[in-house]
Design a protein around this ligand. Structure first.
Ligand code: NAG
Length: 249
């Protein structure tokens, strides 16, 4: 997987500048300022940023650790028509990801009525994307449509780039085993709250949420699971950055 990592890193460097420009003027403020960064929206533009010869991409957030062979996730079968695969969480309260203004607007809320399956929450920090299907389906424009509704017409959600993904893909994603996104380890939007792992096997640990392990480690108030992050933190581990640069050289 080193080759893939190198390709991704190189592509990420080249694309980062462009990615910062693409969502310009389309971002509306969210409840968390960290979510308003243009790079938070880069995942929406992968089909535009990457060469057309790239037909599949594995998108991973930067606040996670993979503890399994990621090739297994990469090889996910997307079935006959899904453009996106991710773990789904059907017990999460889907309603709460959108505002009353959204649910009370018949035109907006009706978009969920014709989905292949019941629309469920999924986390956009771990996604397998078929870029050919994405381009054919015009999904960048579909996501931007909802960003424009949010900015120009009505405040229909409170978070950053996640709700547009739910609006376009919920109920249409190919479900992936939960082991590939043990999310929420950052804790809720309540300072100092620590989370435990969800039951079941773990292939990927994700510190999604407001709290971040590097901030808690720096502050000397880590949560128990942050100890798993510490050895891999490139800024904290002596020599780790040199190892990475040597690997991509
Ligand atoms: C789900 O969230 C909505 C909006 O935040 C709330 O009104 C509703 O009571 C919640 N439902 C459950 C089952 O918690």
């Amino acid at each position: 997987m080193r080759v893939l990592a190198v390709v991704l890193l190189a592509a990420a460097c080249a694309a980062a500048a462009a990615a910062a420009e693409l969502p310009e003027g389309k971002i509306s403020t969210s409840v968390r300022r960290a979510l308003d960064q243009p790079l938070n929206y880069a995942r929406i533009y992968l089909a535009d940023l990457l060469p057309r010869s790239v037909s599949r991409v594995l998108y991973l957030d930067s606040d996670l650790l993979v503890v399994d062979d990621v090739a297994r996730l990469w090889a996910t079968d997307l079935g006959p028509d899904a453009a996106l695969a991710a773990p789904e969480y059907c017990h999460a309260n889907f309603t709460s990801y959108f505002t009353d203004a959204f649910w009370s607007h018949p035109e907006y809320s009706s978009i969920f009525t014709n989905r292949a399956r019941v629309p469920c929450y999924f986390n956009t920090g771990v996604m397998v994307i078929d870029l050919d299907r994405w381009r054919d389906g015009g999904y960048t424009a579909k996501l931007e449509y909802w960003m424009e509704v949010q900015k120009q017409e009505a405040r229909i959600y409170e978070l950053g780039s996640l709700p547009p993904f739910l609006l376009v893909f919920a109920g249409e994603v190919k479900a992936v085993e939960h082991r590939w996104n043990q999310h929420g380890l950052g804790g809720d939007n309540v300072a100092g709250q620590c989370r435990e792992l969800h039951p079941g096997p773990v292939s990927l640990l994700h510190w999604s949420g407001k709290g971040k392990p590097w901030l808690r480690l720096d502050a000397g108030r880590p949560c128990p699971l942050d100890a798993l992050w510490a050895p891999y933190d490139l800024l904290r581990r002596r020599g780790a950055r040199d190892d990475l640069l040597a690997a991509v050289a």
